[in-house]
Design a protein around this ligand. Sequence first.
Ligand SMILES: [Cu+2]
Length: 127
Amino acid sequence: MKTTKLFLALAIVGLTLAGSLGAQEKAMKEATIKGEIIDTKCYLTGMMGGRGEEHKDCAIACIKGGLPVGILEEKTGKVYVVVPAKGQKGANEALVQYAAETLTLKGMFIEKGGTKVFAYNSIESAK
Ligand SMILES: [Cu+2]
């Protein structure tokens, strides 16, 4: 009896999660973002300057080490955590070579609870 109740409770939680994930996918918007490739931890804490050319070696080490890679949008100063869109390779692997450089990413973004996520589809060097 207890097991059945637990199973039902889990099933309800599962359905609720599936429903909200579906809603989030619908809320993703196509966008193009130009900005600097940063490691989010150093940018937020200001570690080693946190961004730019002086921080490039640290950013490479951090992104290689698995810290979430992000893009600092040039015109707004907003930070997006970058993830791959379906079919793209991992964002850290794809973007580490551009650490501290300015790039244009095309893809989709979503924002919830103060977190901005950008799912990249293509990478264009701004050089
Ligand atoms: Cu760093």
